[in-house]
Design a binder for this molecule. Structure first.
Ligand SMILES: [Zn+2]
Length: 345
């Protein structure tokens, strides 16, 4: 295997796929969407939890059109928000229209999830249809807080894993992505389940532990970053180059006023710095040679997509992360990364 770490000063890889991003709408979308390409990404899976959520094919295609208007050089893969009114006909239309995934939020766990699912098996018909149509089910895998059952933000993901296993056993051909895994338990569960179950990993969960968000709203997201042992399990699976684990940034911008307040909204904004951030992390883990597979191969294989056209070049020159983009403060604001993407368009 080629050793890239010591002297490598440039790195050219295919444009990346980000299989989980929040692009919002209105002003926020206009700020955020053009920055996806700046972060080295050419194609992204757009989450449907705008307000109101994207629940119909019509709304998904309208949303896609509005995003393409802002960033015509991007490929946007659209998702539908799982809800009780999602009919088989609508799913068939969705598959025909190229909508690749259904997104399932357990009710109340994160931003705009108050329309989410309460009992997963209440959606069994939808899952069966998705399985037949070859659509992917993306799951925010956390059980909502429940003091009686002792479920809180630290164990909510692990508590969800039996549900994941049950879902996979019931629908073994349904491709399921457990999104933004944050625990060693989730990594192990996904590794042990069949090939139809994969996971996305964010940049920030590779870097943070609970210490980091306790006093910093810009490091606060759902699922929260957990222990160093959990973080290290994510790092290990990346270093191993396991094909069921691929990039989904879960970059989720909020305005400064919604972060620096009594109840900060969960979400970390990594979009404009995404590949430099991941390259730095993987270099520190001595697995920079896995970068292209993690960001541009494993995910598209799982989603059965062709490679992106075009490449992105990273240079080992310092990148000073801006304090803000519009009124959004990015992850690692004001710090300097080792890698940059030259000549942003
Ligand atoms: Zn998300």
């Amino acid at each position: 295997m080629m050793n890239m770490t010591e002297t490598q000063t440039t790195l050219t890889i295919p444009l990346a796929d980000d299989f989980h991003v929040h692009l919002r709408d209105g002003d926020l979308a206009r700020t955020v969407t053009p920055l996806v390409r700046s972060g080295g990404v050419g194609r992204c899976l757009v989450m449907p939890n705008v307000n109101p959520p994207i629940q119909t094919v019509h709304d998904a295609l309208e949303y896609k059109r509005s995003l393409l208007h802002i960033a015509p050089d991007m490929t946007f893969l659209m998702t539908l928000y799982l809800h009780e009114g999602l009919t088989h006909n609508e799913l068939e239309r969705a598959a025909e229209a190229g909508i690749v995934a259904i997104k399932c939020y357990p009710r109340g766990v994160t931003t705009n999830s108050e329309h989410g699912a309460t009992d997963l098996m209440a959606h069994a018909d939808t899952f069966a249809a998705a399985e037949n149509l070859g659509m992917v089910l993306c799951i925010h895998g956390e059980i909502p807080n429940d003091t009686e059952r002792g479920i809180d933000i630290m164990n909510a993901e692990e508590a969800f894993l039996p549900e994941l296993k049950r879902l996979h056993t019931t629908f073994p051909k349904l491709r399921i992505v457990l999104e933004h895994v944050s625990t060693a338990a989730a990594v192990n569960a996904v590794r042990e389940l069949g090939d139809s179950v994969a996971a996305t990993i964010t940049a920030h969960h590779l870097l943070l532990t609970a210490e980091d968000w306790a006093n910093n709203p810009y490091n606060f997201c759902k699922p929260v970053a957990k222990t160093s042992a959990d973080r290290d399990a994510l790092r290990a699976i990346i270093k191993e180059g396991h094909p069921k684990f691929f990039l989904g940034s879960d970059s989720a911008p909020h305005r400064q006023a919604h972060k620096e307040c009594e109840h900060p909204k969960p979400g970390i904004f990594t979009t404009p710095i995404l590949l430099p951030l991941i390259a730095q992390c993987m270099e520190e883990l001595d697995c920079l040679d896995n970068l292209a597979e993690f960001v541009a191969t494993f995910g598209r294989h799982f989603y059965r997509l062709a490679p992106n056209k075009g490449t992105v070049k990273l240079e080992r020159t310092p990148f000073h992360v801006p304090d803000r983009y519009g009124d959004i403060v990015p992850f690692a604001a004001g710090t300097t990364l080792n890698w940059s993407i030259p000549s942003p368009r």
